[in-house]
Design a protein around this ligand. Structure first.
Ligand code: SF4
Ligand code: SF4
Length: 356
């Protein structure tokens, strides 16, 4: 993950990036970092993913273009090189569109877009009208669009997801906005629960659609004795995030683009990212949902100053999502007369006690 700029042209309502610094990476520094990182790899890796991160990466389109074309001109080892950049989509001009389209099989853009017009405009600086959704759908039909749901837009979650499906997105991922300054209330959690219920009905009526990420939990793995996972992502191990000076961090959430410089430095000193026992709290260790809970260590660090401790909000929201998944899977199995799945879900439910 290369942090190529700290700048962004939008001011999203939930953004936690301090935006105090305006650093940008030079193309020569980017090439040097990539060469250093590639030289550390051995043959055990089948593929390498390089992410151009911001801020808003398309502010540095000329760097992305130069570095990508340089990489494609190098003789690669046996590893497949995947290039990716997340974007708010507002800066794509005709030149960028034709370059990305011509190279769409070797570099992908992942669009962050927050739902229908009212949701997108409420969260993302009134930017709905300047984003070409069809371009993303047609250029990368298999790429997921990423929705962020804020306390202001959660009441419209179902409308937003349905809208994105109607626009032609096949895969939709969604997260609740988090961060120390967000005001989620009990009533917004109730709205969240209600919206998930509405979406369960929508997907039961439209079985040809792939459910959005919040209704795609692998609930069957709850309670299985195997694979006792204690760290759920590879931050600080296989994943490294390098800033414009060449300093590395566990991922962008541990870097100065997201948190104050001192706090970012502290994460490198305090945590050994390969010691997985540091990454789970006693409470999560005892929790039956631990194996599928999508807690994010960077967000934990941002919100609670401790990688192992999720915020109480995350914990409550995850339990609501889990309960919605159980209901959805059960109704789906009943609709399909799928006895085996019904029995699996009943078994899962017998292992848990959810306090919604
Ligand atoms: S649901 Fe709560 S207690 Fe359980 S693993 Fe997730 S954050 Fe931890
Ligand atoms: S800590 Fe969070 S943002 Fe960072 S890699 Fe892990 S899941 Fe992703």
């Amino acid at each position: 993950m290369l942090l190529i700029t700290y700048k962004c042209n939008l001011h999203c309502s939930y953004c936690y990036e301090p935006k105090l610094q305006n650093f940008r990476m030079s193309a020569s520094k980017a090439k040097q970092i990539i060469q250093e990182q590639l030289s550390l790899l051995d043959d055990s890796y089948d593929s390498v993913e390089l992410q151009f991160m911001g801020g808003e990466p398309l502010l540095e389109f000329s760097l992305i273009k130069e570095v990508s074309e340089w990489l494609w001109s190098l003789p690669m080892g046996k590893q497949l090189m995947v290039l990716f950049a997340p974007t708010n989509g507002t800066l794509l001009d005709e030149e960028m569109k034709s370059w990305f389209y011509a190279n769409r099989n070797r570099i992908q853009l992942g669009l962050s877009f927050d739902g229908d017009k009212s949701m997108q405009d409420a969260n993302r600086s009134r930017s709905y009208d300047i984003i070409d959704l069809d371009y993303f759908v047609n250029t990368w039909p298999e790429q997921s669009v990423k929705m962020t749901i804020s306390p202001e837009t959660v009441k419209s979650l179902a409308d937003g997801v349905v809208f994105m499906h109607r626009k032609g997105f096949k895969y939709i991922s969604a997260d609740l906005a988090m961060g120390p300054n967000l005001l989620w209330s009990q009533s917004s959690l109730k709205d969240y629960q209600k919206e998930l219920g509405t979406l369960c009905m929508f997907y039961l009526d439209n079985p040809e659609l792939i459910p959005f990420s919040m209704l795609r939990l692998n609930i069957a793995s709850v309670g299985s004795e195997k694979n006792n996972v204690t760290k759920t992502c590879s931050c600080g191990e296989d994943l490294v995030c390098v800033d414009w000076t060449g300093k590395s961090y566990a991922c962008h959430l541990f870097s100065p683009v997201s948190i104050p410089y001192d706090k970012a430095e502290r994460s490198n000193k305090v945590y050994d990212f390969s010691n997985h026992t540091q990454f789970i709290s006693d409470t999560c260790q005892r929790c039956v949902l631990s194996k599928i809970c999508n807690r994010c260590y960077g967000m934990n660090y941002l919100c609670t100053n401790d990688v192992a401790n999720p915020s109480p909000f995350h914990c409550s929201a995850f339990k609501i999502m889990f309960a919605a998944n159980c209901r959805f899977r059960l109704r789906q199995a009943e609709q399909n007369n799928d006895e085996r799945s019904i029995n699996t879900i009943i078994k899962v439910l017998s292992k848990i006690e959810i306090n919604e």
